[in-house]
Design a protein around this ligand. Structure first.
Ligand code: ATP
Length: 235
């Protein structure tokens, strides 16, 4: 069985400055994989390049076996990538329902809207009764949940999240991580997170990035024993 995501030798950057240096990683079906690393390591650039927001210079990105490297972001989204960027990219004047409807219709979902809404809203109890609230009036944590719900509405093959705990109240962080725990197994997830403890609690496998390269890979149990990881992240 092929992996949901298989990235090989990915190189990209901004203008002429190379940031990613032959990044290779994989996410198996139903697996939750984390990427950790210091500021500026290239974690966000890795997700942006997979999503097509940053153009790959070379390398391949197989989504369910199909190479999507070089395609524009909207085509990659239609092919099954649910991407939640660190900037969230929400529309403050649109309601929660409008966000979900837009994503549902644009991505050509087969599931009817009502059942799709029931499925995603069950994961985020704090959003209950908020369908007609403008997203710009919600808290940071609620907005993060909206961004994730929008990515999930079309049942993507791969859910990719960039630092979902940043700027979010602890209670909502717990809610988001409970949702990820309940999704893993049935959905493939790639998670970038600055909070290493959170990643270790939820991930099946973790990659450590530094200066544009993957420098270590292992299960959380393996990585907590690693001297470099302990010294840098778990002191
Ligand atoms: P952080 O946790 O701080 O977000 P990161 O691991 O996600 O770090 P990236 O945001 O991918 O790292 O940044 C990797 C490198 O690319 C850094 O040197 C950064 O300055 C550079 N970079 C990121 N975005 C841009 C951009 N839009 N234009 C130019 N350089 C950029």
């Amino acid at each position: 069985m092929s992996d949901t995501l298989s990235v090989s030798g990915l190189v990209s950057g901004y203008y002429k400055i190379k940031v990613l240096n032959e990044v290779s990683l994989r996410v198996g079906k139903g697996e939750l994989v984390g990427i950790i690393g210091p500021n500026g390591a290239g974690k966000t650039t890795t997700l942006r390049t997979i999503a097509g927001v940053v153009r790959p210079w070379s390398g391949s990105v197989l989504l369910d076996g199909v190479n999507v490297a070089g395609l524009p972001p909207h085509r990659i989204a239609r092919m099954g990538l649910g991407y939640v960027p660190d900037s969230r990219e929400l529309f403050p004047n649109l309601t929660l329902e409008e966000h979900l409807r837009l994503a549902h219709s644009r991505l050509g979902s087969k599931e009817d809207f009502g059942s799709a809404v029931d499925r995603v809203m069950a994961l985020f109890p704090p959003l209950k009764g908020r369908m007609s609230q403008r997203v710009g009036t919600m808290s940071g944590g609620e907005q993060q949940m909206v961004a994730i719900a929008r990515a999930l509405i079309s049942s993507p093959k791969l859910l990719m999240l960039d630092e979902p705990s940043t700027g979010v109240a602890p209670r909502i962080v717990d809610n988001i991580y409970d949702a990820l725990k309940s999704l893993k197994g049935s959905m493939s997830i790639l998670l970038v997170e600055q909070n290493v403890q959170l990643v270790f609690e939820v991930a099946d496998r973790v990659y450590l990035m530094d200066r544009g390269s993957i420098v270590k890979e292992g299960t959380p149990e393996e990585l907590v024993k690693d001297e470099l990881v302990r010294r840098t992240y778990l002191a």
